[in-house]
Design a protein around this ligand. Structure first.
Ligand code: HEC
Length: 149
């Protein structure tokens, strides 16, 4: 009886660990998708002239990106290493073998977003500043994101 309880208990514990891992991965993907919307759907669309310049929308997008920057250091704990995702991309194993470089990418992205915050006041300053953020997304993806087969 006791043994059954222990086995069931550890099975439940195992399940909740897996659920927690999947939640972190799902949260990361949601954060990234929202960042894609902020960058392409809001800021990039204004630069292209598809949307009119809108200060409140710019500030909202920057604050979403700064939320990504704040959360990035906690989105890739050892427990989610090697987890397959349903999306188009997964985290590269290099995140865990080259943490120093990954953290450096987070730091450059965080700096690009914080430098831009409060600096974008009109379409010209948006056009001048956006590439520095976009470049940081790309740099990290190049080294640390892999396309699912
Ligand atoms: C420090 C590294 C890093 C930075 C900076 C970063 N990303 Fe990502 N991104 C990743 C990793 C790793 C993945 C794969 C994560 C996964 O699928 O679990 C990813 C995945 C994505 C995805 C695909 C999500 C999906 O559905 O699978 C999008 C879209 C994305 N990022 C957009 C952005 C945008 C836009 C920025 C910049 C504003 C950005 N990312 C900045 C590391 C980063």
């Amino acid at each position: 009886m006791l043994r059954t309880v222990v086995v069931v208990g550890s099975l439940l514990l195992g399940t909740s660990v897996v659920v927690a891992q999947q939640n972190v991965v799902a949260q990361t993907q949601t954060l990234m998708k929202n960042s894609g919307k902020s960058l392409g759907g809001v800021l990039g669309a204004m630069v292209k002239g598809d949307k009119p310049y809108d200060q409140a929308a710019v500030d909202g997008a920057l604050s979403q990106l700064s939320d990504l920057a704040k959360k990035l250091p906690d989105q890739f704990p050892d427990s989610v290493k090697g987890i397959e995702t349903d999306g188009d991309y997964s985290a590269s194993p290099k995140i865990w073998t080259n943490r120093t470089e990954f953290n450096a990418q987070i730091a450059s992205f965080t700096k690009a977003v914080s430098d831009a915050t409060g600096k974008i006041k009109d379409l010209d300053s948006l056009k001048a500043t956006l590439p520095t953020i976009t470049k940081q997304c790309g740099n990290c993806h190049e080294g640390f994101r892999v396309k699912n087969l």
